[in-house]
Ligand binder design. Structure first.
Ligand code: SF4
Ligand code: FES
Length: 257
């Protein structure tokens, strides 16, 4: 055994973990009609993410903790939750960025709760069906008439750039569930559905724009937006959500898109 091996094993013993309290909103309709707060004291590396902390709780402390996640890398959109009062993806939120760590201890509890405006089913899991229904309602697919072309549908880089931002949506619902209009009336289509309508309305290959605009001209449609910008602030993909909504409103007035 050389010195190199000894150095390696010494390095492996360095403990980078800090003490952090996670305060999680718990709800189990089979146990109680009321939600409660529960604290979990963890020792965790602050370079880990909130999702890693939730895994640690579920796998080592309380297997009943319920939350959604799939990819763990900011792609599937399934783990949007309210963390310290702001909608974020748990898999993209580093503990060191929110724990206010001093002398190896998080000075404030990290508060985790479900996104707002949707019915909570259990703990951090909400009913996403109304959200996806609004998404389906705007027909988020290419609509064309005539025979199928025998070659690909060509598009200039400028035409593609027109809707590039709104192609990035991962349907996490962080925007819609941060919108005060949606909180007050869940019938509002919400920012995410409008973003996904925008993605096709401004696609030069699509022929369903007029139909989508009429859907969004509805009383629960785009005019309900009060330009609060919560949606843009919440979007983990950096999409200019409010701008997209404004462009759809403009298209409704001018009928040019
Ligand atoms: S626009 Fe952004 S916040 Fe809204 S659903 Fe899409 S990715 Fe999530
Ligand atoms: S788990 Fe897929 S986006 Fe976070």
């Amino acid at each position: 055994m050389g010195t190199g091996t000894l150095e390696k094993s010494e390095a492996a013993e360095v403990d980078y973990r800090v003490a952090v309290t996670f305060r999680i909103r718990r709800f189990n309709p089979e146990v109680s009609a009321e939600a409660t707060w529960q604290d979990f004291e963890l020792r965790i590396d602050p370079k880990e993410r909130v999702l890693d902390a939730l895994h640690q709780i579920k796998w080592e402390i309380d297997g009943t903790l319920t939350f959604r996640r799939s990819c763990a890398h900011g792609i599937c959109g399934s783990d949007a939750m309210r963390i310290n009062g702001k909608n974020r993806l748990a898999c993209k939120t580093l503990i060191k960025d929110i724990a206010e760590i001093k002398n190896g201890v998080g000075s404030k509890a990290i508060v985790v709760e479900p996104i707002k405006g949707m019915t909570v089913q259990k703990d951090l899991v909400v009913d996403m069906e109304p959200f996806f229904q609004a998404y389906r309602d705007v027909m988020p697919f290419l609509i064309t008439t005539g025979n199928e072309p025998t070659r690909e549908r060509r598009q200039s880089p400028e035409d593609r750039a027109r809707f590039d931002d709104t192609t990035k949506c991962i349907l996490c619902a962080a925007c819609t569930s941060s919108c005060p209009v949606f909180w007050s009336d869940g019938q509002y289509f919400g920012p995410a559905a409008i973003v996904n309508a925008h993605r096709f309305i401004f696609d030069s290959r699509d022929e369903g724009g007029e139909e989508r605009l009429e859907i969004l001209n509805d009383r629960d449609g785009v005019w309900r937006c009060r330009t609060v910008f919560n949606c843009t602030d919440a979007c983990p993909r950096g999409i200019e959500v409010t701008k997209a909504i404004q462009e759809v409103k403009q298209a409704l007035i001018t009928r040019r898109f």
